[in-house]
Design a protein around this ligand. Structure first.
Ligand code: BYC
Length: 328
């Protein structure tokens, strides 16, 4: 019998047995669920990644949200409103997934506001024109799809299931961004220039969304062994470039990378190296909009305190009136 692949479900509860059962589950590509035993490192890594992901969705409402009151038509306003609301929803599914691991949502929010937990670097760049809304949909949601579709097969059940719905919505978001840009490209010279300018500003930060290069990604080895991440940062970045180049050609814009070209031998595009020192600067709080993003988030949290208090009072009142042992 191949003992390395035997099912150790007859675990008697010792840590070794539980660890063996966990590894067996991962090896067989089955899901770890909240009540299953898991190593501390696995739990910690998941809380870290899911919390950062949730924070990114919530902070990610700001750059596009700034355009809701200034959208050029009622139709564009309604679309943008719906997209930003979807992002709030994604944040909520993800905070719920983090809670299944024992994290506390209020604590995660405090960690974000106090700068003790990260969110995606991409949301620290400004959105000076309406073309930025289109380019965020095309590039940022496009990058999110490349990164998140494999996460639908992540080994932790609640995270993987949250990703299925999120990816469906991201895919709609990407199309709306591209459609907006197509419309602008059919417009005036000024509109075309606005699109090209937004593409020039967002291209490199979008490549940085995938994280540092593989040889400088401290979390990747463990995350990939645990099948939390299914592909490396560089592999996903490459997929994004290969997917986006033909879309740029169809749209009629140029991507701001003189080294970008098709490599016949590899069957993939070669491209230049992002400025990794810029990524480090932005991640460590010194990007163009970091301060503004966190101040807004903190202000919204404070302004929402009365809602949380009212909800807690309502829940307490209900609990006091419910017969003991009642199931909601
Ligand atoms: N920005 O070892 P590494 C969206 C950090 S929102 C900031 O490679 P890992 C949307 C990294 O956390 C989509 N920090 O890490 C919303 C780590 O720091 P710690 C957001 C970054 O985790 C609104 C350190 O650098 N997507 O779609 O293996 C509107 C070393 O990195 C970044 C997700 O959150 C960055 N770009 O890989 C529109 C996807 N890159 O924690 C759209 C889920 C790296 O050790 N997350 N860092 O202090 C992931 O897939 C992975 O966490 C990452 C990083 C690929 C991002």
């Amino acid at each position: 019998m191949d003992t390395a692949h035997a099912d150790p479900t007859a675990a008697d509860g010792t840590t070794e047995d539980l660890q063996a059962h966990f590894e067996h589950t991962i090896r067989r590509d089955q899901r770890i669920e909240p009540r299953d035993w898991m190593p501390d490192g696995y739990r910690k890594t998941l809380i870290r990644q899911i919390a950062q992901h949730a924070h990114s969705e919530i902070i990610g409402m700001q750059p596009e949200g700034e355009w809701i009151t200034r959208a050029p038509s009622l139709r564009r306003k309604a679309i943008l409103f719906a997209k930003v609301q979807d992002e709030a929803g994604h944040g909520l599914y993800l905070y719920s997934a983090a809670e299944t691991l024992g994290a506390d949502r209020a604590d995660l929010t405090n960690r974000l506001i106090e700068g003790r937990q990260k969110y995606s670097s991409i949301f620290n760049y400004p959105t000076p024109t309406f073309a930025d809304v289109g380019v965020i949909g095309w590039f940022v949601d496009g990058a999110a799809i490349c990164n998140q579709v494999p996460l639908c097969r992540s080994s932790y059940g609640p995270y993987a299931r949250a990703m299925v719905r999120i990816c469906k919505e991201e895919s709609f978001h990407q199309r709306q961004g591209y459609e907006l840009l197509m419309t602008m490209m059919r417009g005036t010279d000024a509109q075309r220039a606005m699109v090209q300018d937004a593409v020039d500003r967002w291209w490199w930060p979008s490549l940085m969304m995938f994280g540092p290069p593989d040889d400088n990604s401290p979390n990747s080895a463990a995350s990939m062994a645990w099948k939390i991440k299914r592909h490396s940062n560089d592999e996903l970045r490459q997929r994004f470039v290969d997917m986006t180049v033909p879309q740029a050609q169809k749209l009629g814009v140029t991507l701001p990378d003189p080294e970008l070209r098709w490599n016949e031998e590899r069957g993939r595009h070669d491209f230049g190296t992002p400025d990794w020192s810029e990524l480090q600067r932005v991640i460590s709080g010194n990007g163009p909009c970091n301060t503004q993003r966190l101040e807004r988030r903190a202000a919204a949290h404070e302004e929402g305190a009365w809602v949380r208090q009212a909800a807690a009072a309502h829940a307490a009142k209900r609990a006091a009136h419910e017969p003991k042992g009642a199931v909601a």
